[in-house]
Ligand binder design. Structure first.
Ligand SMILES: *[C@@H]1O[C@H](CO)[C@@H](O)[C@H](O)[C@H]1NC(C)=O
Ligand SMILES: *[C@@H]1O[C@H](CO)[C@@H](O)[C@H](O)[C@H]1NC(C)=O
Ligand SMILES: *[C@@H]1O[C@H](CO)[C@@H](O)[C@H](O)[C@H]1NC(C)=O
Ligand SMILES: *[C@@H]1O[C@H](CO)[C@@H](O)[C@H](O)[C@H]1NC(C)=O
Ligand SMILES: *[C@@H]1O[C@H](CO)[C@@H](O)[C@H](O)[C@H]1NC(C)=O
Ligand SMILES: *[C@@H]1O[C@H](CO)[C@@H](O)[C@H](O)[C@H]1NC(C)=O
Ligand SMILES: *[C@@H]1O[C@H](CO)[C@@H](O)[C@H](O)[C@H]1NC(C)=O
Ligand SMILES: *[C@@H]1O[C@H](CO)[C@@H](O)[C@H](O)[C@H]1NC(C)=O
Length: 762
């Protein structure tokens, strides 16, 4: 289960060759920590909505203290045990507790949940053109400049041209946030209007106590969302172009909740508590961890209260694909974002002494100084004088002979990783690393390097090495090439998810592979301290990178429709998204949701599937939450699930997609989805339903024509589905409902998921 710990969960690609390194660095503290029932540990006591009479913070805080004192039974101990009160946007506190005290608190009136604090991980130029938003796209910059995007991340590096505030007026009047200064951080400007850091989780001891970003992640995501255009941006000339955010006029508010060890639940909640109260319009969270029940999950809790205040939260879906059931951040009020591959690929070519050439994926910023270098392989360079421990063919740490590596390019079979680091340390001049399957991500190497497919390019290299006494090779600097796209990135996490079995997650995808954006000079471009390359731009991949694209797209839509609810904006982005190409991966719809964002299309969706707080209440009633709990969540004593008109149908929520998760591999299909659409297109319009469904799945839309006579009018319809059990070889059915008035196409994917058949004989 260690693997499911939230430690080190940045949703940037954890480099294949870093896995080992990260594993040892990240999991060690947990192993040492041990566990004891007599040891106080930080817990979060979540209490829902702020009480209506909570006009003063200290009233809420004394409520927290009274609860704590009652649970601990000692006034003084209760005082020192409390870590933090959440009292601006929702109610709760963090405290060091013993397990039995946590249990006691769980029983108290007014408490929704009590859960152990855990640490979550963090999960351009080109990408914006790729989704149809060229630099000159029609904008409402004056409205856009009133939009504030809140980033919960690793902080920000201000000395980047992407955050230049030239030409920006003062912050919007509703802004109530602060800018905290500290180590390497002298203050904000009219672009980055707020910055705070949260260290309740007691981040690393050597950290810079300030909002400064010493990891590059937060700088990259903030610039992707709302950086100003910077011409001639590149990583050592790679990816050269104009780097810019999706809403360059919008303001950025930074909440540093992540440190080198990860992002603790307490800090994430504190960031949400402030961001909501400060007046941000959007919250972007490129962070995740194994999902827990909605109200024991800080991101689900924070985004729920954000939604209640009209703030849409977008979150990364995770980088644990291509496996199914890996998606994170699945609450229905979150916009869950997977990663797509753009049409620009970064490759580095290898030329061999025999004239043959092979191409691999990598971000190799180095130009070779010579025409050719001696080439060897891990197998040939192994240190024969030591007992074999580790795999020399894969160039594992401690297996190679310095003598045989120095001055050479080393070819390595697929291993546990870190080969560029190993070869660098032994004085090698380059490395060619095997990867087992074709991939779609280019990784930055510490020394000249590239990743080649084992069965084709790898074999060619090995044959050449075997065929000659003095093999030679050269690794060229990376160049870019065009490839067909968009595709779902192989690493992007897929559904379905047990917590939201009837809600298709991720909701949509956005570019998340090889994204060039601003970066922090306090770290190196690979993150290795041995690396000497510091740059204000870097190329990164991960759902971390796709999430801020969607945050910005949502802000862009809002600049045209300032009064739209979070759910309406989300619906507009989803129903106008471009469906993914089906590639190697047949279960692509479980990872791509509605498809890739089309921000300009989302400004004119025609119809929206709106969801208000009342609908979420009925959804929660249907989910089995009781009156007391829902009353606490929404801050009303009057919630009564028996009188709340239950949202009918299989999912009980007006979601823009439809998803059936069959209970058993041999269940037959029978479901009904009730939906309400709001006309936001033209006053007088008629929409007709068109359904595309595979054989074996019957889909009826009733009624199949919707006649609107005015704007904002709503119409209801239902979708009835049935079919026999799915054939053995089929895991999903993909169908599509499209409402069309000839000017708009309002698309909703419909996905039926069949769990795997039990193994034969059981
Ligand atoms: C960051 O702050 C430290 C300590 O004040 C200082 O020594 C260092 O030069 C600063 N680094 C940069 C890149 O500004
Ligand atoms: C080979 O390994 C041995 C034992 O670990 C070590 O002492 C020696 O220096 C290594 N030789 C080279 C050439 O790296
Ligand atoms: C070393 O790694 C390669 C590539 O993963 C593998 O094919 C080979 O069997 C391994 N050798 C040993 C001795 O484990
Ligand atoms: C290259 O030579 C090694 C050692 O003799 C052998 O194990 C390997 O299979 C050869 N590779 C190819 C591709 O022939
Ligand atoms: C409501 O649910 C909570 C949590 O499941 C439980 O502790 C509580 O006793 C329930 N209240 C009622 C009135 O059923
Ligand atoms: C909830 O509504 C039902 C049906 O109207 C009623 O019987 C019940 O007393 C109500 N419960 C509360 C706690 O008000
Ligand atoms: C479905 O399969 C289970 C065994 O996996 C079996 O017990 C059950 O009877 C089957 N149901 C139908 C309707 O075939
Ligand atoms: C709406 O469209 C119908 C049919 O095209 C037309 O007869 C009617 O006048 C239109 N009404 C308005 C208010 O434009």
């Amino acid at each position: 289960m260690l693997f499911h710990s939230r430690f080190c969960h940045y949703q940037t690609m954890i480099l294949r060759n870093w896995r080992q390194l990260l594993f040892s660095l990240c999991f060690l503290p947990i192993l040492i920590q041990g566990s004891s029932q007599y040891e106080r540990k930080p817990y979060i006591v979540y209490m829902g909505h702020l009480p209506e009479d909570a006009t003063r913070t200290h009233a809420v805080e004394s409520q927290h203290h009274n609860l704590l004192e009652a649970a601990i039974g000692d006034h003084q101990l209760a005082r020192v045990s409390k870590i933090h009160s959440y009292s601006k946007s929702f109610n709760g506190f963090a405290a060091r507790l013993l397990p039995h005290e946590a249990e006691k608190l769980q029983e108290k009136e007014g408490v929704v949940s009590v859960f152990l604090n855990t640490v979550r991980k963090l999960h351009t130029t080109w990408s914006w053109d790729f989704v149809g938003m060229p630099l000159q796209v029609k904008r409402r910059s004056n409205i856009e400049s009133h939009i504030i995007v809140g980033m919960l991340d690793t902080g920000i590096w201000m000395d980047c041209p992407s955050f230049n505030d030239q030409g920006y007026g003062p912050p919007p009047r509703r802004w109530k946030g602060k800018c905290v200064t500290g180590v390497n951080f002298t203050g904000c400007n009219n672009k980055v209007i707020g910055a705070k850091y949260y260290n309740l989780g007691e981040g690393p001891y050597d950290a810079n106590l300030s909002p400064v970003d010493d990891q590059g992640h937060g700088t990259h995501t903030a610039a992707t969302a709302a950086g100003v255009p910077v011409t001639g941006a590149s990583l050592y000339d790679l990816g050269k172009g104009t780097a810019r955010g999706g809403v360059p006029s919008a303001r950025i508010a930074v909440y540093k909740v992540c440190w080198s060890i990860g992002c603790s639940d307490m800090d994430i909640l504190a960031g949400f508590d402030d961001a909501i109260a400060d007046g941000v319009n959007f919250i972007s969270v490129s962070v995740g961890g194994a999902s827990r029940e909605f109200f024991k999950d800080p991101i689900a809790i924070g985004s729920f209260h954000a939604m209640g205040r009209g703030i849409l939260t977008s979150c990364s879906a995770g980088n644990d694909g291509p496996y199914t059931m890996t998606v994170e951040n699945v609450a229905p009020w979150i916009l869950t974002v997977g990663a797509s591959v753009t049409d620009r690929q970064f490759t580095a070519e290898v030329a061999l002494g025999n004239g043959k050439k092979v191409t691999g994926l990598s971000i190799n910023t180095f130009s070779p100084g010579k025409k050719m270098y001696p080439l060897t392989s891990g197998a040939l360079a192994s240190n024969t004088s030591r007992d074999s421990f580790g795999n020399a063919s894969a160039c594992e740490y401690g297996t190679l002979s310095e003598e045989k590596v120095k001055g050479r390019i080393v070819y390595c079979l697929e291993g546990m990783g870190g080969q560029d680091y190993v070869i660098e340390e032994l004085g090698g001049v380059g490395t060619i690393m095997d990867i087992p399957e074709p991939t779609d991500v280019s990784i930055t190497t510490l020394i000249p390097g590239t990743f080649v497919e084992a069965f084709s390019a790898g074999k060619t290299i090995e044959l050449y090495i075997n065929s000659t006494k003095n093999p030679r090779a050269i690794i060229h600097k990376t160049t870019t090439r065009r490839v067909p796209a968009p595709f779902l990135a192989s690493f992007s996490s897929r559904g379905p998810h047990i917590l939201s079995p009837h809600i298709l997650k991720p909701d949509l995808v956005a570019p998340g592979v090889d994204i060039l954006a601003a970066y922090s000079k306090l770290t190196t471009i690979t993150g290795y301290p041995e690396d000497m390359r510091h740059n204000v731009f870097n190329i990164l991949s991960g759902t971390s990178m796709s999430c801020p694209h969607v945050t910005a797209a949502a802000a862009y839509v809002k600049s045209f429709h300032p009064d739209w609810t979070p759910a309406a904006i989300k619906s507009a982005l989803m129903t106008t998204a471009t469906p993914m190409k089906i590639g190697r991966d047949k279960l692509v719809e479980l990872g791509a949701g509605s498809g890739q964002i089309n921000p300009t299309g989302a400004v004119h969706p025609g119809l929206v599937y709106d969801i208000g707080i009342d609908s979420y209440v009925s959804f929660l009633c249907k989910r089995g939450y009781n009156n007391t709990v829902i009353g606490l969540l929404v801050g009303s004593k009057r919630v009564n699930c028996s009188t709340v008109k239950p949202q009918p149908g299989s999912d009980g929520i007006n979601y823009p997609t439809m998803h059936i998760h069959l209970m058993a591999h041999n269940s037959s299909i029978s479901a009904v989805f009730h939906r309400t659409v709001t006309n936001v297109g033209y006053g007088n319009s008629t929409y007709k339903a068109k359904v595309t469904a595979p054989r074996g799945l019957s889909v009826r839309v009733i009624p199949d024509t919707l006649q609107f006579s005015q704007l904002h009018q709503t119409k209801i319809f239902k979708v009835v589905m049935y079919g026999p059990p799915m054939p053995k070889e089929t895991r999903i059915y993909y169908a599509l409902l499209e409402w069309s008035d000839s000017r708009h196409n309002v698309r909703s994917p419909i996905i039926v998921y069949r769990p795997p058949s039990p193994p034969r004989g059981t």
